[in-house]
Design a protein around this ligand. Structure first.
Ligand code: PLP
Length: 412
């Protein structure tokens, strides 16, 4: 690996060092982030970044792809084995591109698509008007019921009403189990394709601790950088008979040359996720999120749906009269990172800073946090909520002390 001290580009590598120190000394509750292993970093920084490899293994537009072919085949083999799927594509630059590829594979301009609304937990690439997806098709959105759980009756009602060509399930800020069987049933009733976007919960599914959409969804898209603890990037799983359409959609459809160094890092990540240690890690991720949700409820926070089944929870701050945006900034001041988050029936909305925050356990669990540590962080957050000015310095010291018990960013 590159020795950061031994470089003549001091400007950039001083920033790399600063970022490393920042990441080590802060509590990261951003649900979509994680810390990769040294092997993942090594693969990312490898000479595979030099190669152009448009096309697929054995069918490249460039010469000299002997080892790239072996690498991509290995990555695909590991990915499909990890999830037990028939076919896979490891080229999507990111999760958004994976979704785009599925849309381009099955949709025509103006088609109806049914997906989760952004405020209830969906993702920008699920048809938000500011995103390409919202421009491409007529998205109709389902949401959660009063208790904060997906309203499957409403999904079915909307599916029958709008006859979508595609139904999208999967979310960015939904803390409960997603019933892929139910979605399959509904899709079958109206003859729609089903896409399961497992960007957030890919690691939990890989560990066998969330039901898998494999063999239920026609397409599965995901990211490697979230609970799967790999590099930034996307992947697609599908049946053999859909594989060609997906591959063509990625290239030449919408991407150029694959980022081969990322594919190398994805391959490393898939192997890591097969190990028993990874299942142990995910078990702890779930325990930690549950501990945070319990503690938050005890301390008077409004937890959407009352708890969590996965790695994240959403706190509704409406009653506090403080926006998610503001609270995120306040926590940033004491070195705790969270994400502002719209909540169901959000009165402020994204343009006014949202009414909630999303909190996740995947990154801190990689650092070694146990339930006890997670409860302490939630306590600190509650102290700041109760009296920011009075408690700020005290909490800052507490957080500094807590994080100093976890001096390493890397898992082996
Ligand atoms: C994170 C996420 C994505 C992909 O995000 P990228 O930043 O493009 O990798 C897609 N769908 C959902 C539901 C997500 O949460």
């Amino acid at each position: 690996m590159i020795d950061e001290k031994n470089t003549n580009d001091k400007e950039v590598f001083d920033l790399v060092t600063s970022e490393y120190e920042y990441q080590v000394s802060t509590v990261n509750l951003i649900a979509s982030e994680n810390y990769v292993s040294e092997n993942v970093l090594r693969a990312l920084g490898s000479v595979f970044t030099n190669k152009y490899a448009e096309g697929l293994p054995g069918r490249r537009y460039y010469s000299g792809c002997k080892f790239v072919d072996e690498l991509e085949n290995l990555a695909i083999e590991r990915l499909t084995k990890l999830f037990g799927a028939e076919a896979g594509n490891v080229q999507p630059y990111s999760g958004t591109q994976a979704n785009m590829a599925v849309y381009f594979a099955v949709l025509e301009r103006g088609d109806h698509v049914l997906s989760m609304s952004l405020n209830d937990g969906g993702h920008l690439s699920h048809g938000a008007l500011v995103n390409f997806s919202g421009e491409l098709c007529n998205f109709v959105h389902y949401g959660v019921d009063k208790k904060g759980f997906i309203d499957y009756d409403n999904v079915e009602y909307l599916a029958k009403k709008h006859k979508p060509r595609l139904i999208v399930c999967g979310a960015s800020s939904y803390s409960r189990v997603i019933n892929f069987e139910k979605f399959r049933e509904i899709a079958d009733k109206v003859g729609a394709y089903l896409l399961a976007d497992i960007a957030h919960i890919a690691g939990i599914i890989a560990a066998g601790l969330h039901p898998s959409p494999v063999s239920l969804a026609d397409f599965i898209t995901g990211t490697t950088q979230k609970t799967l603890r790999g590099p930034r990037g996307g992947f697609i799983l599908c049946s053999k008979n859909m594989a060609k359409a997906v591959d063509r959609s990625i290239f030449p459809g919408m991407q150029g040359g694959p980022h081969v160094n990322n594919i190398a890092a994805k391959a490393v990540c898939f192997r890591e996720a097969m190990r028993p240690e990874f299942k142990k890690y995910i078990c702890q991720v779930l325990k930690n999120a549950t501990a945070m949700a319990e503690e938050a409820s005890l301390l008077g926070f409004d937890v959407i749906s009352g708890g969590t089944d996965n790695h994240l929870l959403v706190l509704d701050l409406s009653k506090l009269g403080i926006s998610g945006d503001k609270f995120q900034d306040m926590l940033d001041e004491v070195d705790i990172n969270v994400t502002k988050q719209a909540v169901p029936n959000d009165r402020l909305g994204w343009s006014c800073g949202t009414s909630g925050i999303r909190v996740g356990s995947a990154a801190v669990t990689t650092r070694g946090f146990k339930e006890e540590d997670c409860r302490k962080v939630i306590n600190a957050i509650a102290l700041l909520r109760d009296n920011f000015n009075e408690n700020k310095e005290y909490v800052k010291e507490k957080i500094k002390l807590l994080i100093s018990n976890f001096p390493d960013l890397f898992v082996s």
